[in-house]
Design a protein around this ligand. Structure first.
Ligand code: AMP
Length: 175
């Protein structure tokens, strides 16, 4: 876990949007950060500091894709997409997970990873941890080794870290 001064500038580019997409949610909008080359670069470098020997970076749809793709390109690594249901055209592994009301699922092509791969799993925000847990389970199904999870923003009040207690997770900024 780190919450370092070198990320103060990037932190200043997160916009808090109350009651989006529904009442009671404080949405962490990263679009101002993405528009700013220093803030975006600082965020990507911090997330990539926990590659721990990964040869692939997996991103969770959709904002996780942005950070994962940037890390993969910058470090010459493969990129794997963990997508919402029905988006991937070939055979997939599927993991269902619980939302506040109902269920959602994540899918990954079966040939995206194998037991020789070492993977950094990336998303923008860790809230309750359900999404990240599903991502970890997808990677486990493939037989690949998870080197670390990395999120740009951790919402500590929602206790996602506790749910992922056995999994190494780095968060750039803790709110
Ligand atoms: P959770 O499964 O509850 O940890 O939710 C994490 C996922 O939902 C991530 O993919 C985020 O993009 C999104 N998310 C959850 N809460 C927020 C929030 N307050 N602001 C922005 N994105 C969020």
């Amino acid at each position: 876990m780190s919450d370092n001064e070198h990320l103060n500038y990037a932190r200043s580019k997160i916009a808090d949007v109350p009651d989006f997409p529904k009442p009671g949610i404080l949405f962490k909008d990263i679009t101002p950060l993405l528009q700013d080359k220093k803030a975006f670069n600082d965020a990507v470098d911090d997330l990539a500091s926990h590659l721990n020997g990964a040869n692939k970076v997996a991103g969770i749809e959709s904002r996780g894709f942005i950070f994962a793709a940037a890390i993969a390109a910058k470090h010459n690594l493969g990129l794997v997409l963990l997508r919402k249901p029905g988006k991937l055209p070939r055979k997939t592994h599927v993991v269902q997970y619980q939302l506040e009301y109902g269920f959602d699922s994540l899918e990954m092509h079966q040939d995206s990873l194998d037991k020789n791969d070492r993977v950094l799993l990336v998303d923008d925000v860790l809230a309750t941890g359900g999404t990240m847990m599903a991502g970890c389970e997808l990677i486990a199904k493939s037989g690949a080794k998870l080197t670390n999870c990395a999120v740009f923003i951790e919402i500590s009040a929602l206790n996602g870290r506790n749910r992922l207690s056995s999994i190494p997770i780095h968060s750039s900024i803790i709110v």
